[in-house]
Design a protein around this ligand. Structure first.
Ligand code: ADP
Length: 180
């Protein structure tokens, strides 16, 4: 399913983000940048050790205390089809009154800004925070879609943003958010 937003395409697919061919895929990382479960584990498994080495180097230099929630960093894509991985940290859901929406929006915006800063044209996102971090998918989908649409309406540099949803249900929920 594809939508036109500004001059860019917003696309939704159901699938595995580690199979997606894009300038960058986004990793729902944790602040350690040293690996986790879910999509993070899948990316490192398929991408190989180079990605983790780059993450470790960033921890040793720029982010000794870890990457704060809402921020993003970029590495190569290792053995993935995608040329780069943008690692961002979404918020942990604590009931919805702890700036979760603001931080989730920031995670999407930081990732998109970093893509533009690196001259990238196509970026794929998973559903950040809705796995281990417990963010309800309906709420997350609205914030995610709003953040991306908002960015694409103001920025001319990206060609395509893809949401890659891992389950049929998540796909349906994001589709509903994208249509409204
Ligand atoms: P978080 O800690 O940010 O919640 P998770 O990786 O636990 O991150 O989950 C985020 C979302 O990514 C969940 O919807 C999960 O089902 C999904 N996911 C897990 N593996 C993949 C994958 N290979 N491709 C796309 N999405 C995935």
């Amino acid at each position: 399913m594809e939508f036109l937003v500004g001059n860019a395409k917003l696309k939704l697919i159901k699938g595995d983000i580690t199979d997606v061919d894009a300038d960058a895929i986004v990793n729902a990382a944790n602040s350690t940048l040293l690996g986790g479960g879910g999509v993070d584990a899948a990316i490192h498994r398929k991408g190989g050790p180079k990605i983790l080495e780059e993450c470790k180097r960033m921890r040793a230099t720029e982010w000794p205390d870890g990457l704060p929630t809402g921020c993003a960093v970029i590495t190569s894509g290792g053995n993935l089809k995608a040329r780069h991985v943008i690692h961002t940290v979404g918020p942990i859901w604590h009931g919805g009154f702890h700036e979760e929406a603001k931080l989730l929006k920031q995670a999407y915006r930081s990732s998109l800004k970093l893509a533009v800063a690196n001259g990238l044209k196509t970026v794929a996102f998973p559903s950040i925070s809705t796995g281990a971090y417990g963010y309800p998918v309906e709420e997350a989908s609205r914030t995610a879609v709003d953040a991306v649409k908002d960015f694409l309406e103001k920025e001319d540099n990206l060609q395509k943003v893809i949401f890659v949803l891992f389950s049929e249900r998540d796909f349906e929920v994001y589709l509903k958010a994208a249509k409204t």
